[in-house]
Design a protein around this ligand. Structure first.
Ligand SMILES: Cc1ncc(C[n+]2csc(CCOP(=O)(O)OP(=O)(O)O)c2C)c(N)n1
Ligand SMILES: [Mg+2]
Length: 733
């Protein structure tokens, strides 16, 4: 429990636990009141600062203090893990967050421990206390909390995996774990409507994870009342069927009732019996935020009833009526707390903001640069003579080989996704009744059999579940290398992929990081793949700061780039073209267990001097075919650049080539408009205009979906012939 600054005169025997107070001492009770009052005072001070335009947003924890402080004094900072939401000021204060830290965030100061001035107030983050950076989207915290709990369990089982190892991301990740740790995660009543909330309950239940779910039910989600969000208006009744849980429903404005319910729940979780779910009925006396006026949708009578349940006035009355403390002492404590908050606010308001030009800091790891020479190694066997980059292994083989090598080398790697395991019922494997699946494209084949079912396993059929859990695991130091079965089905994970994974390092000012690798089977040319098995869409992710995007075109590059992705310290989306998995083009011999290619280094597939083609993925073999025909039929020499990584990309290679050939074509499989090529073409026009002898051309898919009928599919997707025609036009300009 945090120490009190003020020492009020407490009734006799302040240290003696009292049974009717659930074992709390009078001193504890006064300390709880202190934290509750402090929480409310900070909210009040922030509201004042907002009115003075010294802060720019305010959202309060008012009405939630009893439940939150009770949770905070029962849980253990720097031991348990915390995924709170914006109403959890009381919890964070009880864990050790100071008023000054909170107010520094409110003003957006450089010294704001949570985000360095990047996030709104009440977006808690405190690496030392294990309070994990939270975002604004409602509900995205749940699956990350699941992953966090899984990571703690994993490290208990594989303590050796926690060791720091030089040469990769592990040297920058301190791993801590405790045998009886609890992962706390909370939300409001409205947020229980989010799908990810339900996904997290399913996984916590299935895996009996040591998690404490707290739903703070103030009966409103901004203006939407609880019965609109929750069937029957009571979340406790709805979740009751989840196996393995301990459930508690409590008046969250009553300190002792909250304390008792949370205590029993936390004991259940700590004992390893499974997760607990605490539903606290609280109030929201200050509207949703300072931007909301609840008078517009709540009548006065309803608001008056709430006032009567205010946890602070109720608990104050209780302390006095029980004779635990007298009025004068309480009053003195309150005045002191008011002064403390005022002092903190004055300090915060005078604090400097982040220096101009620092906004790019911590988008990526400041420690490990995947474009550096440290990620450049030679293959143990050069490509076979007579075959350009050629050899006997397919891209599928060499991705599988890389995963195997890396899992052997790094115990922190876990692999999961849909169908990636050999067989979830692993006794079938052990008894050799079945051979095992290992992915719908067999890329993870044999990994579960080789490394065990706690390192390679199937996820539920839920993409947000895969990415959200991976993010939570990586925050704790694991290296999840997860699979999205088809790019076409990545969208349920979009919230995690856009608002969470790539933002965590930046928004926490380098307080947390989550270097996950997401392997995604992508692309068309499947003859019958149709709309939902042919999609590209890489530019959606290159348009997301904080995410590395890789798109190899051949077996050797896939192997070397995947190894870099795994060993690096950033989130990586690794796009694997399904059509290239087993193509004859670009096969290569196994390059050994340490082969790496740095990010941001293009490969010149073919030297030329008349025009340049900038491309990647499945357009590489098509452009190569077109280039050979140009040479043969028109004596035009084409330089072909395979970008290999799309973020970062090799601008130098593009610029050097364009300055040599003065004509350039950007080709990709994804749709033309607003595509990846638009950016490259715009930059060439902008920076290399004086070197151009012709307009920048683009070849890409038509701006539509991919049709099932193969002839129509061919018409939609860019073919070698389309590239050839564009080359011809460019050469003749
Ligand atoms: C995904 C998402 N949708 C909408 C919002 C806007 N929003 C912020 S808070 C909120 C209401 C949340 O209500 P509840 O979960 O009951 O929490 P409370 O604020 O009442 O504590 C909404 C709609 C958001 N932040 N995230
Ligand atoms: Mg609510």
């Amino acid at each position: 429990m945090a120490t009190t600054k003020v020492e009020p005169k407490i009734a006799a025997a302040p240290e003696a636990p009292v049974e009717k107070y659930h074992g709390l001492t009078p001193q504890h009770l006064v300390e709880i009141y202190r934290l509750m009052y402090l929480s409310r005072k900070i909210d009040d001070r922030e509201i004042m600062l907002k009115r003075q335009q010294k802060i720019f947003f305010q959202i309060s924890g008012a009405g939630h203090e009893a439940l939150m402080v009770a949770a905070g004094v029962l849980l253990r900072p720097s031991h348990d893990w915390f995924y709170p939401y914006y109403r959890d000021r009381g919890l964070c204060l009880a864990l050790g967050n100071t008023p000054l830290e909170m107010l520094l965030q409110a003003v957006g100061a450089a010294d704001d421990i949570a985000s360095g001035g990047r996030q709104m107030p009440s977006h808690w983050s405190h690496p030392k206390l294990n309070i994990v950076t939270g975002s604004s989207p409602t509900g995205t915290q749940f699956l990350q909390a699941v992953g966090c709990a899984e990571a703690g369990r994993y490290f208990q089982k594989h303590p050796g995996a926690a060791a720091k190892v030089d040469g990769d991301y592990r040297q920058f990740k301190d791993v801590t774990f405790e045998g009886d740790e609890v992962v706390y995660v909370s939300c409001g009543d409205g947020t229980t409507s989010q799908g990810e909330f339900w996904e997290s309950l399913s996984t916590a239940s299935n895996l009996k994870l040591p998690m404490l779910f707290v739903v703070e039910d103030n009966e409103y989600a901004i203006s939407v009342p609880v019965e609109v969000n929750t069937p029957g208006g009571n979340i406790s009744q709805v979740v009751r069927g989840f196996p393995n849980f301990h459930f508690a429903e409590v008046d969250g404005t009553d300190v002792l009732a909250s304390y008792a319910a949370l205590k029993t729940s936390i004991e259940y979780v700590r004992a390893g019996r499974g997760p607990a779910f605490v539903h606290g009925h609280v109030i929201r006396p200050y509207s949703h935020s300072l931007s909301d006026d609840e008078k517009l949708y709540r009548p006065e009578a309803e608001r008056k009833l709430e006032v009567e349940r205010d946890p602070i006035t109720r608990f104050r009355k209780f302390l006095l009526s029980e004779g635990i403390v007298d009025e004068a002492a309480l009053h003195e404590m309150e005045l002191d707390l008011t002064d403390e908050v005022q002092d903190a606010a004055d300090t915060a308001v005078a604090a400097p903001f982040a220096k101009p030009g620092t906004y790019l800091q911590y988008l990526y790891s400041p420690n490990l640069d995947p474009t550096s020479a440290a990620f450049e190694t030679d293959p143990i066997r050069p490509p076979l003579p007579g075959k350009p980059g050629g050899g006997e292994k397919t891209m599928a083989d060499l991705i599988n080989a890389c995963l195997k090598d890396e899992m052997k080398r790094d115990q922190r790697i876990v692999i999961f996704g849909e169908d990636v395991a050999d067989c979830s019922r692993d006794e079938y494997l052990r008894e050799k009744q079945v051979k095992g699946k290992g992915g719908v494209f067999k890329l993870t084949s044999g990994l579960q059999a080789a490394f065990g079912s706690d390192r390679v396993f199937n996820s539920p059929l839920a993409e947000a579940n895969i990415v959200g859990r991976a993010t939570g695991m990586a925050t704790r130091g694991l290296k999840p290398v997860v699979e999205i079965q088809f790019f076409d089905y990545i969208w349920p994970a979009m919230h995690q992929l856009r608002n969470e994974l790539p933002t965590i390092r930046w928004r926490s000012n380098n307080g947390f990081s989550c270097p996950v690798v997401i392997r995604v089977a992508i692309g068309g040319y499947l003859t019958g793949g149709a709309i939902y098995h042919s999609q590209c869409g890489e530019s959606l992710f290159t348009h997301t700061p904080g995410m590395r995007v890789v798109f190899p075109s051949n077996a050797l590059d896939a192997n070397g780039l995947l190894r870099t992705a795994i060993r690096c310290d950033d989130p990586v989306m690794f796009l694997e073209h399904k059509r290239l998995y087993r193509e004859t083009f670009g096969r290569a011999p196994y390059p050994g267990p340490d082969y790496m290619i740095p990010f941001g280094k293009a490969k010149t597939v073919r030297l030329g001097h008349d025009l340049t083609v900038v491309t990647y993925g499945a357009l590489v073999p098509r452009a190569l075919q077109a280039a050979q025909r140009m040479e043969r039929e028109h004596n035009v020499s084409v330089e072909l650049i395979d970008l290999r990584t799309l973020n970062p990309y090799d601008w130098e290679a593009i610029a050097n080539s364009v300055c040599k050939t003065h004509r350039v074509l950007v080709a990709h499989e994804d749709t033309l408009s607003w595509g990846y090529g638009a950016e490259i073409a715009a930059r060439i026009a902008d920076e290399l205009f004086d070197n151009l002898d012709a307009p920048v051309k683009r070849v890409a898919a038509k701006d539509t979906f991919v049709a099932y009928q193969p002839q129509v599919e061919d018409e939609i997707l860019p073919q070698a012939n389309d590239v050839f025609n564009a080359m011809l036009e460019l050469a003749g300009y």
